[in-house]
Design a protein around this ligand. Structure first.
Ligand code: ADP
Ligand code: ADP
Length: 228
């Protein structure tokens, strides 16, 4: 479970990025976090991954209290999260299979377990036939599916997707969202950060809207329920 309780964040230059944000995401939930550019979406993601610390307020991520967590515990907290970015961030010189095994070796998984898990997640994202391809040989949508597979290999409790469809056409974008929906149905909590209104409104999911660093709506009514 993720909880932000009365969280504010001011950056060193004085910019107040978040003002008193409270948010609770239950295990197994699917949440779209939406809002215009500069509204504070990335700040929330960076707080959840422990990249930055709040100025005030409390943050809990999958059983870790980020206010009191020791630096040595941060890698363990991060293993409960799988993060996906707009620009995929795959290792270009490695094949699909190597990108995934690399992520698993980094946490000390046995070769036998790695083979089993890599096969499973690649089948889940529909890319078991692309095992030996390098990222440059794949389309944008396929690269994002590899990134999703990589985020899943270490079996995180939660996937955080930060503008995952920013580089994809509408059809590919919809496919990526359907895949995230399927992953959620298999039990992983999913947080999708996006400003793509049409895409969000094709799903019936909880939408948390932020603007000017504040939560301005939260519910099942789609993007900006209060918009005229
Ligand atoms: P799930 O996605 O598994 O249904 P959620 O935690 O996303 O679980 O939400 C369950 C229901 O409660 C949804 O209808 C959601 O809109 C609502 N809900 C959850 N948290 C809040 C909140 N902080 N404010 C408003 N509605 C919420
Ligand atoms: P979004 O992801 O919704 O575009 P951000 O969380 O990146 O919004 O930014 C929220 C506000 O904080 C913006 O005004 C932005 O300019 C500011 N901001 C973001 N990162 C920094 C930083 N490292 N230093 C100072 N201001 C920042």
């Amino acid at each position: 479970m993720v909880r932000l309780i009365d969280v504010s964040k001011a950056y060193d230059n004085g910019t107040r990025a978040l003002e008193s944000v409270s948010l609770r995401i239950e295990d197994g939930g699917f949440v779209f976090l939406v809002g215009p550019s500069g509204s504070g979406k990335s700040t929330i993601v960076k707080l959840l991954t422990g990249e930055i610390r709040p100025t005030s307020g409390r943050i809990m991520v999958n059983g870790y209290n980020l206010n009191t967590i020791r630096d040595g515990q941060i890698p363990f907290m991060r293993r409960t999260l799988g993060v996906i970015f707009q620009d995929f961030r795959l290792i270009e010189k490695k094949t699909v299979c190597e990108n995934l095994t690399f992520a698993m070796r980094a946490v000390g998984t046995s070769p036998k377990e790695i083979r089993k898990r890599v096969g499973y997640v690649l089948e889940l994202v529909g890319l078991d036939c692309k095992l030996s391809c390098r990222p440059c040989e794949l389309s944008g949508g396929e690269q994002q599916r590899v990134a999703i597979a990589r985020a899943l290999v270490n079996n995180p409790s939660m996937i955080i997707a930060d503008e995952p469809t920013g580089n994809l056409d509408p059809t590919r974008s919809f496919e990526i969202m359907l895949l995230l929906e399927r992953i959620n149905a298999l039990g992983t909590t999913v947080l999708v950060v996006t400003h793509e209104k049409e895409l969000v409104n094709r799903f019936t999911k909880r939408v948390v809207a932020i603007d000017g660093g504040r939560v301005v709506s939260d519910g099942m009514d789609g993007y900006y329920q209060n918009e005229k």
